[in-house]
Design a protein around this ligand. Sequence first.
Ligand code: SIN
Length: 313
Amino acid sequence: MALPRIRILATGGTIAGETCPGGDITRYRAGVRPVEALLTAVPELGALATLDAEQILSLDSKDMTPDDWLCMLSAARQALADPAIDGLVLLHGTDTLEESAYFLHLALPTGKPVVLTGAMRPADHPEADGPANLLAAVKLAASAEGVGKGVLVVMNGKPHGARHVRKARTSGLDAFESDPDWTTARPDGRFASLARAPLPRVDILPGYAGAPAMLIDACVADGAQGLVLALSGHGSVPSAWEPSLRRAREHGVAILRASRCAGPVIRNANVDDDREGWLTAGDLPPPKARVALMLALAAGWDSATRQTCLPTF
Ligand code: SIN
């Protein structure tokens, strides 16, 4: 029987990292090694799938921009539209992996498996985790279990759904976690037919003791079309921010209340979101709520429908 055909799209990250010359193992550059070298290091892949690979970016994912998301989206859509391709694996830095995964989860057609993976140790580390992660990702992308769950992430032997996955720890092989179990993950793809266009600028503003309201005015003056407020507690808006937020709404800027804590921001609890014209993130963390809002704005959704791309509690 013919092996499944899997396309690998490489974007850089620690999985393609190399230790700096003369440096210790904690000093390395991400996104250096080409995808061909990463595949050659894992000969077991040949028994799982027929692979073809494309180096679409070579970045440390801290430098990933919304334009890079569009580059990934276009390469991924092209691969998934090819009837000869059965599944897709994206190699990505771990720092912003959850943002890219959620972006693709919302913007790719559902059906064929799409799996992102990376590594916590560079490729030349004596105990590099990249090869095992790559193997696990190809295995999942080539399997029936990978179908119908939307975009998945696999790290340290464990799959996660894009909706709930987060990098929870700065270091360690078990840096990623998610709830609930990945087997309950559902596909989304609500922006799968969105035409390629620049994504509107949406900024995240952190709420903290004494956070100045001038940050809101500065973002709006600099062209932000949306603001995600990463607030304390239950998405509590500092009183000192209210005049600036009202001015921003008058300028047509979308305002979204999210929390820096885990758990849902409940709509119209403690504050009249409907009256203020504010969106609420539900249990989406600020970076993922930003992704959803950027796509809703890019798709031209009006203020009455934008809340439908966010979980409402
Ligand atoms: C990156 O995100 O590109 C660097 C860090 C990593 O991949 O673990």
